[in-house]
Design a protein around this ligand. Sequence first.
Ligand code: MSP
Length: 638
Amino acid sequence: MKKFYITTPIYYPSGKAHMGHCYSTVAADVVARYKRSRGFEVMFLTGTDEHGQKIELAAAADNLSPKSYVDKIVFEFKELWRTLGVSYDKFIRTTDDYHVNTVQKIFKTLYEKGQIYKGKYSGWYCVPCESFFADGKLKNDKCPDCGREVRQQEEEAYFFKLSEYSEKILEFYKNNPEFIQPESRKNEMINFIKSGLEDLCVSRTSFKWGIPVDFDRLHVVYVWLDALTNYVTALGYCQEDEKLFKKFWPADVHFVGKEIVRFHAVIWPAILMALDLEIPSKVYGHGWILFGDGQKMSKSRGNVVDPFVLCKRYGVDAIRYFLLREIPFGSDGYFSNEALITRINSDLANDLGNLISRSSKLAEKGFGSIIPLERENTNEDLKISELALKIINEFEIDMDDFKFSSALSKIWNLISACNKYIDENSPWKMVNIPEKHARLASILYNIFEVLRIISIAIAPIMPETSEKIQFQIGASKKICSWECAKKWGMFQNNNKISRGSALFPRIDCEKELESLEILNLNNNKKEESDKTCSIEDFKKIKLIVVKVLNCEIVKNSKKLLKLLVSGGIFERTVVSGISEYYSPENLIGHNVILVENLKPAKLCGIESHGMILAASSKNGKSVKVLFADSNEPGDTIS
Ligand code: MSP
């Protein structure tokens, strides 16, 4: 059996999943379903990329351990994929034991092969992007990727010898001209490589939430090596059972957003070359879903449209259809509720919905829903069958090239042709004229044949709708395989049509937009109220002035100080992450402010009772403890 391995990026579980995340996943699901229907044995992988400083910080802000923090979000991601009917074969979490162990093995292998070496990294660091940038790479002194503040950072780190791979990768592109899709992205990559590849930093010591380098425990594997290798660890590479790896590797295609093509088309092939592994056949860099203001949809910009809400209101298939039809896969495109509703009304309710409802109504009126044997075909009928078979072939070519929007537009041309065929033949006039019944039967038979073919074609994109159509037109599974989509006249005589409710009810656009606005407003208010803290909440926090009696640096930690403080009638140990900004002698003897009733927590094995208040500058470069030397230990702050 032919095999097909498709992957999505693994998502950062750092916030709620949004429509932007659904894009790759739904597209990959469509391909997986399509390939299965074409007889391939498919492995469809998705998952979550759970390590890194961003997650560590987000978890700390929520007062959770990184693992509990991501567990919650990963659950939501999985719920969303279930809602959207995503038929993945495997969901990988980079915190899964088998992945952690294999990444450690890969790291060690690369080190032993001399492909990874220890060095020092200094540069501008962007925390949210977890990336270092050289001086010249900043944009207006800010992160060139996200536009946020960056800070100078230096640390000991391991490096992968990426710079040695420029020629080999360019050569690979030459021999595999289809590797990067769409074509325009290939040119970007060639230019990027030609501008000079630097060795890649693959470990960090400045945060802990990552896979430890097992032979140098101060280091954790930096996220991209951890993340990219998921595509092989998920298949059991370097593990006891390599069956899946042997069967499915190399991947047939990695679907990724355009901003991470670089990692998949340059860094990933280099890592694979270093490991003597085959390189995937294709990396497809799709565009972004944008909002009206031209911004990429993302949680941090607060312009998220909740996919759960939209699926519930309009049905999952409408959302899947919209995502793939509205925006050509390689390009950026806009999302708006209005555009979504317009597509539902015009393409789904009017064109497709109408075709089914008017033809089944005619079948009911004319023949009690059973198309009779006696039929009378004309040249026009031949045209519609030829068109259907031509379009299904073109559809196949587009789907093989991941041109989903174009593939769907062809199916909708066929739907329009069918509606026109009905309009031009006016079959409703034949219902009450028995002599015309053979002709009427023929027209209806042809329409149901086209609908059968359409239902097979759209199954990967709109699985529920496809099934509903097949039920309504009485098409059994036997005549709905992919091969049957390419054959005309598969219906047995006397097939029974069942009239169901409208597949896609029309939506009153103006009213619906108003309702969505109110809904959004309420959701925002709820989110705000979840974020705000009432005076009662605030009163729960006990702030007390304490004197620092003793202070020392915590061994094996770059950031932590252990303080012994006195609040007059009590003494406490507090661990504070300020050693980059204060040495013990700057603190001993001073009065500081303690959050007295914070739940105790263990940091580097030391139980910390409370937290010292400090102010961080906006750019994150400096942290200043709030001294309270004019107060007495034990004074309370309110
Ligand atoms: N964890 C990395 C990927 C590692 S793959 C080995 C990552 N995660 S992400 O959560 O930030 O993004 C995952 C994918 O979602 C990316 O391909 C990104 O392009 C995609 N999208 C996020 N927002 C998007 C839109 N608004 N539109 C389309 N896709 C976008 O990067």
